[in-house]
Design a protein around this ligand. Structure first.
Ligand SMILES: C[S@@+](CC[C@H](N)C(=O)[O-])C[C@H]1O[C@@H](n2cnc3c(N)ncnc32)[C@H](O)[C@@H]1O
Ligand code: SF4
Length: 375
């Protein structure tokens, strides 16, 4: 029986944030939420009937899973428990936003078996939160942060660097205030201005309000030291954790392990193929009702592509990947095949290689240039 990660996409939010291009919908009616959760079960049945799998991580992401009434989440997990083999040590994470977390929801998540909560804080500065269209303010976020550790030992907070109006000082205040709650896991994302988002439309106007790239990198490297002082080590480009609190589900992506994704726009990597589902929620629901599946595309990953994925995803981990593991997986000597890339990246101080290959600090800042060498 193969071990597998399960991702469940919940594409609903109270309101779209100005920077976000994840597939999620605002202003949905209850009938749509109900229909969506019903068809998720149909999609899961397909995997139950066709594969022998044991689920060892579940990640309920979004969108904002905490936006929907907790009964939907509990019922879905009950369904999964009664239809699949679930490892006793299974990590079960859910993403939650401050404006929709309540004590009752936290209790209900625990009761449903969820053992990890990821809270989207983004900033504790109200000017910054307003500038990116978040629904919550810092007061709500602080109230939630004092509640979460009462229910979850394993929780994570997301913050973003490079926000409009953000300064080094405001970021220091945000991170220091967050650390008062001793989160065992923190994700720090650099703001990406995604085409098609309201922030992209306003980019020319707001460019001068954004910190410079150097300022943003200064925040990140300061955070790495501050988090290390607090006992959280840097284990992936954007992720920091106390030992034992690394996100097992996300590690599957970076280790190129298999996972199944259900829900609109969800991706899967399974038996050497990548699959992606229909993004549009109405079409997704219709297709699942008709066929039990709503796969829009399937891509067979050739061994050449598989190597590239392993390199790029593996280098996202701060420890990189082992050259022996590469040889074992692909029967190829990495140093021989990628000699010219290694020489170039070493010359510019972007990688270290010594039994393992990993990014240097400069390589982390310029990771996109490193990826280009392997695309
Ligand atoms: C898919 S979102 C869902 C989580 C949750 N709904 C929330 O808003 O916190 C996961 C995380 O991605 C990050 N994110 C989304 N869009 C981003 C962007 N354009 N640039 C940087 N980080 C982004 C945010 O930090 C967010 O917490
Ligand atoms: S960042 Fe989170 S809350 Fe905001 S639109 Fe995206 S998924 Fe929804």
């Amino acid at each position: 029986m193969r071990n597998i990660g399960l991702y469940i996409h919940v594409p609903f939010c109270k309101k779209k944030c100005y920077y976000c291009d994840f597939v999620s919908y605002e202003n949905v009616d209850d009938d749509m939420v109900f229909a969506y959760f019903s068809v998720l079960e149909n999609e899961l049945i397909f995997y139950k009937e066709n594969y022998e799998i044991e689920i060892d991580t579940i990640y309920i992401g979004g969108g904002t899973p905490s936006f929907v009434p907790a009964k939907y989440i509990s019922k879905l997990l009950e369904f999964i428990y009664s239809n699949f083999n679930i490892k006793t040590t299974c990590e079960i994470s859910i993403e939650a936003n401050p404006e929709s977390i309540t004590k009752e929801k936290l209790k209900s998540y625990r009761k449903a078996g969820i053992n990890r909560l990821s809270v989207g804080i983004q900033s504790l500065n109200d000017i910054e939160l307003r500038a990116i269209g978040r629904v919550h303010d810092s007061e709500v976020a602080l109230k939630i942060l004092s509640m979460v550790p009462l229910y979850f030992e394993n929780f994570s907070v997301d913050v973003i660097t490079g926000l409009p109006y953000q300064t080094f000082e405001s970021f220091v205040q945000t991170l220091n205030a967050l650390l008062e709650f001793s989160p065992p896991h923190v994700s720090i994302y650099s703001l990406k201005i995604e085409e098609g988002t309201p922030l992209f439309e306003k980019y020319e106007e707001c460019k001068s309000l954004l910190p410079s790239e150097d300022e943003e990198r200064g925040m990140f490297w300061w955070a790495r030291d501050r988090l290390s002082e607090a006992g959280l080590y840097h284990y992936e480009i954007s992720n920091f954790a106390k030992k034992g609190f690394e996100c097992k589900h996300n590690l599957k992506y970076w280790n190129v392990d298999e996972y199944i994704g259900v829900g609109c726009a969800a991706h899967s990597f399974f038996e050497g193929c990548r699959y992606y589902n229909i993004s549009n929620i109405k079409e997704y629901v219709k297709k699942i009702k008709e066929n039990g599946l709503a796969v829009k595309g399937k891509e067979f990953i050739s061994s050449e592509e598989s190597e590239k994925e392993f390199i790029i995803l593996g280098l996202r981990k701060i420890e990189g990947f082992s050259l022996d593991e590469f040889k074992e997986r692909f029967s190829i000597v990495f140093e021989r095949k990628y000699k010219s890339q290694i020489e170039k990246l070493k010359k510019y101080g972007l990688i270290d290689i010594n039994g393992r290959i990993k990014l240097t600090k400069r390589g982390i800042d310029l990771a996109n240039l490193v990826w280009l060498e392997f695309i």
